[in-house]
Design a binder for this molecule. Structure first.
Ligand code: SAH
Ligand code: SF4
Length: 339
């Protein structure tokens, strides 16, 4: 079995170069080729001798992940469907904003998702399996190899619930930090509200951004949209969030889904303001993206603006999430590993 270089840390690469009788400096060179220069093949590692590259090829490969489908949206968003050696597939998305210096990868943490929110295509698929930290890291490496660009920001907003695969997510974040040199503040973890996971992140004093998919102004509507509300209801959730904010000193992001006539009403805005009044947060409004098998509708432009200004009156910073890649089903909630 050949070793897969992607996802290995320096020490693990040194074990390979040691076995081949090469110096530790060779390991450092290989590490740079993988993480900073994003090569596709060992042959491209041109500062290694041809002889050493041939030896390395007998024991190692760059990757074992295949790009099954690649799609480009009219807005420049790229969506990849990746296939792991066991045949399971997940999406990973690269968003290019006007400011070219900022390249955000949206990674998956699980194949499918057990939380099964009623508005989300991933949830409809059910839970298949966790991704290992190497499989998470590999998504970003694949993007870098394919585009030749360096990812600057990472959001855990693809398939899956990151806090239900927390050990692998934390390990991947550590690698993004140390090997990709992406600072903690440029990483965002989004959760549907798994309280034990939030408490663990508070204990670890996580300095990345925590985003909470709140999506509703009260228990009744949230339970209708997200079954998880019955397990981790809003009052308990609030306690966990406050503990997290107190411990880490960080402002959190509240994600709020705007669904026509359900969550975008004036009444909903008032209840949301009340719920959030003592939580240090920014609010990110996400207009609902249509997916199959439910009757929810997109909010109108007017109701989005009305909702935004009602929240702003409470003194919070509010942004509306730009819809990216909807024409290739790469927008929020549209990922489901479809081939
Ligand atoms: N499981 C995590 C992270 C992945 S989902 C979570 O739920 O937070 C990323 C974001 O897309 C979440 O806020 C999710 O609620 C939102 N989303 C899911 N389906 C959507 C849809 N149909 N339209 C808009 N946003 C959606
Ligand atoms: Fe899972 Fe997030 Fe989709 Fe809910 S919104 S089903 S938690 S991926």
């Amino acid at each position: 079995m050949k070793k897969i270089l992607s996802g290995l840390n320096l020490k693990e690469i040194e074990e390979i170069t040691d076995k081949l009788g090469a110096s530790k400096f060779r390991a450092r060179q290989i590490h740079n080729w993988i993480y900073l220069k994003s090569v596709k093949t060992i042959d491209e590692m041109t500062d290694l001798s041809v002889k050493f590259r041939e030896e390395l090829k007998t024991v190692a490969d760059v990757t074992d992940v295949k790009i099954k489908i690649k799609q480009e949206s009219s807005d420049g968003t790229l969506k990849y469907l990746l296939e792991y050696p066991d045949g399971e597939c997940v999406e990973t998305v690269l968003m290019r904003f006007d400011n070219r210096a900022n390249l955000t990868a949206c990674v998956s943490s699980q194949v499918g998702c057990a939380v099964n929110c009623s508005f989300c295509a991933t949830g409809k698929r059910g839970f298949i399996r966790n991704l290992s930290y190497k499989e998470i890291v590999e998504q970003v490496l694949t993007i870098q190899r394919d585009t030749g660009l360096k990812v600057t920001n990472i959001v855990f907003m693809g398939q899956g619930e990151p806090l239900l695969n927390l050990d692998n997510v934390l390990k991947a974040m550590e690698i993004f930090n140390e090997n990709f040199q992406i600072g903690a503040r440029r990483l965002t973890v989004s959760t549907s509200g798994i309280i034990p996971g939030i408490e663990k992140l508070a204990d670890l004093d996580m300095q990345s951004t925590l985003a909470l998919s709140l999506h509703a102004p009260n228990h009744e509507i949230r339970a209708q949209l997200m079954q998880i509300e019955n397990k981790y209801p809003m009052p308990e959730l609030k306690k966990a969030l406050k503990k997290y904010i107190e411990k880490t000193g960080r402002r959190i992001t509240i994600e709020y889904l705007l669904i026509k006539d359900l969550t975008d009403t004036i009444d909903a805005a008032k209840q949301l303001v009340e719920y959030l009044h003592d939580i240090k947060c920014n609010i990110n409004l996400i207009p609902y993206n249509p997916t199959e098998k439910n009757d929810y509708q997109k909010p109108s432009g007017n109701s989005i603006m009305r909702f935004k200004s009602l929240l702003e009156q409470s003194g919070k910073k509010v942004t509306v999430r730009l819809e990216r890649g909807a024409d290739i089903d790469a927008a929020c909630g549209q990922l489901r590993g479809r081939v």
